[in-house]
Design a protein around this ligand. Sequence first.
Ligand code: UDP
Length: 342
Amino acid sequence: MSKQVLVTGGTGYIGSHTVVELQAAGFRVVIADNLSNSNIEVLDAIQKISGVRPDFENVDLADKLATDSFFDKYPDIDAIIHFAAFKAVGESVQKPLEYYHNNLNSLLNLLGNMLRYNIRNMVFSSSCTVYGQPDKLPVTEQTPRKPAESPYGNTKAICEDILRDFCHANAGFNCIALRYFNPIGAHPSALIGELPLGVPNNLVPFITQTAAGIRNELSIFGDDYATPDGTAIRDYINVVDLSGAHVVAINRLIQDKQKANYEFFNVGTGTGLSVMQLVKSFIAVTGVQLPYKIAPRRAGDIEKIWADTSFANEELGWKASRATEETLLSAWNWEKSVRGIN
Ligand code: UDP
């Protein structure tokens, strides 16, 4: 019998792509998601891509009783990938209690059930936000974490600490935190992708919506940073590459290949691109019009960050492989398919 992986937040952006990669690698998948930021139709899309419909349960994982009942129904899970979380930085500043409640309780409820059902493996969605603005670039896993700039960022740091302490106290239980840089793009089938509700916060969905005519103009937040062209620099990673890192991490856990029972890895490309470089690349590769203007810096933004990925490359044997151009084209193809543009 193939191994069963619980993917929380599996109908979301990174979750849905990871479900597809897990299925391709031979895992059975059950998704737990309360659809607070995703659509049930994603299950149809996953089935179209892989030929297999994952099991699905509508569960609020911050609700202990509901979470316990979920595990009672699925007692044979081998590993968990925990994506389900609120993720809007600005909103977290306005609604800190909702963020702490949702993001911390869901992790606690999952860990409690790992003990209850002897589920020994978890991969956790963390973020390069835990590094703040690093003093030295690129960032390695040894780069010190900085105090969080937002409640959202703080939930990622606290969850990492919870995992570390959980693993320390429970020998034989294994966790890997993956610190994502900036995931972008969509599945090459254009059947799944990022679908933000309302006005997008993130750069690439704002670009593709502007290109599709839904937004009038892209604002580039700041052109006076200490970078070659003055715009901020990030490490943009293809979402399918990122999903592949989860499959590798799950195999590492299941095959007991860890060096310590709590590990964390940077998951990026190792290359920094400026906002302006990304915008120009999008225009060049798609040939579409993209009206943009320079706007003031966005509060809370850091100037530049990109990953040193050598630890993930060497230890996990994983490397991002897709070119930015291909990735931007996949984001545009997804936007066109959602909007019915030819
Ligand atoms: N950005 C921008 N205009 C937008 C959205 C984002 O110029 O409409 C910039 C943002 O200031 C940052 C980069 O794009 O420098 C990536 O932002 P995003 O919100 O996608 O990710 P973050 O790195 O902030 O998590």
